[in-house]
Design a protein around this ligand. Structure first.
Ligand SMILES: Nc1ncnc2c1ncn2[C@@H]1O[C@H](COP(=O)(O)OP(=O)(O)O)[C@@H](O)[C@H]1O
Ligand SMILES: [Mg+2]
Length: 284
């Protein structure tokens, strides 16, 4: 903690007045630090995740000064044996909260997330970041047929992929997007993988919510599709990427003894149906 206080002092943040744990994070613990001189976020990683934290720090550093509003990372720390990133605090609330507060803006909110994702995919990735990031194709083990197909249809130009763009990771102040958070899954690769990942989350990871919430998420999705297409046009060869995204979702959210909020058996069955539908479309 002395290290944290020292960094805050160097930043000119003054005394730490209040630290509160933010609910809603799945992989890390996020603390909101209210200091005399401003508010900061502290993202604390699980043990032995130093490499992941370093990668995330590098990505957020790179994004400063671009059109992508990632929080500014001020320091990479080790706190009680865990890696942590001290970063700027994005004003507003997650899009998911905004969606529930002002449901009539669902399409509009979705469109701003779509445009943001398209802008991310249009960024140039400098060699130093390229060498620090793994390829999207290494994210999960794949059967040779699907892998071969994906390699065949993938674009030569590799973009920075977030691979977790969803309404809990995008902050908004109601008008504009104020932050794209949670770069733990960032990789290099074909933008269609990132698009497919977002669609799989919107469709398959909303849980057993009331129909009205599911309908709202659908409206949000329509806006997101439209926003993305307005910047990058239509996407081709999507079935293979959608099958891949289903596999990633199973891996990421499927049942595991160390996970409390994993997908229910019914949700897992839905993901499996999704995977087989898209695989059939490409003859697998
Ligand atoms: N820099 C930040 N500014 C504002 N809110 C943040 C910031 N970082 C995290 N949060 C809040 O914490 C929540 C979880 O953060 P996130 O980085 O997505 O963690 P996880 O990897 O555990 O999902 C977000 O939905 C958001 O509400
Ligand atoms: Mg998150």
């Amino acid at each position: 903690m002395a290290q944290l206080r020292e960094v805050l002092r160097r930043l000119g943040a003054g005394e730490l007045r209040r630290a509160s744990l933010v609910r809603g994070g799945r992989h890390t613990q996020v603390l909101r630090l209210e200091c005399e001189g401003g508010t900061y976020g502290l993202r604390v990683f699980p043990p032995r995740q130093e490499e992941l934290a370093r990668r995330e720090y590098l990505v957020m550093r790179h994004l400063q000064g671009t059109r992508i509003p990632a929080p500014e990372p001020h320091a990479l720390l080790t706190l009680e044996g865990r890696a942590a990133i001290l970063m700027s605090w994005c004003p507003g609330r997650p899009m998911a909260t905004e969606l529930m507060r002002r449901p009539w803006r669902a399409c509009h909110l979705g469109a701003s997330m779509g445009r943001l994702q398209a802008e991310l995919h249009a960024l140039d990735v400098p060699p130093e970041l390229r060498s620090a990031l793994p390829s999207w194709l290494e994210a999960i083990p794949l059967d040779p047929e699907l892998r071969c197909l994906l390699e065949r249809v993938s674009l030569g130009r590799e973009s920075l992929l977030h691979l977790d763009v969803h309404p809990f990771n995008v902050m908004t102040d109601g008008g504009r997007v104020t932050g794209l958070l949670d770069w733990a899954n960032a990789r290099l690769g074909d933008p269609r993988a990132d698009w497919a990942r977002t669609l799989s989350i919107l469709r398959l990871d909303v849980g057993s919510r009331p129909w009205i919430v599911v309908a709202l998420v659908r409206l949000f999705e329509l806006g997101w599709r439209w926003g993305y297409r307005s910047r990058r046009g239509r996407l081709a060869h999507m079935p293979a990427f959608l099958a891949w995204a289903g596999e990633l979702l199973l891996r990421d959210r499927g049942p595991r003894p160390d996970r409390q909020d994993s997908l229910s058996p019914a949700e897992v069955a839905r993901v499996r149906r999704w995977i087989s539908t898209w695989r059939r479309r490409v003859g697998l």
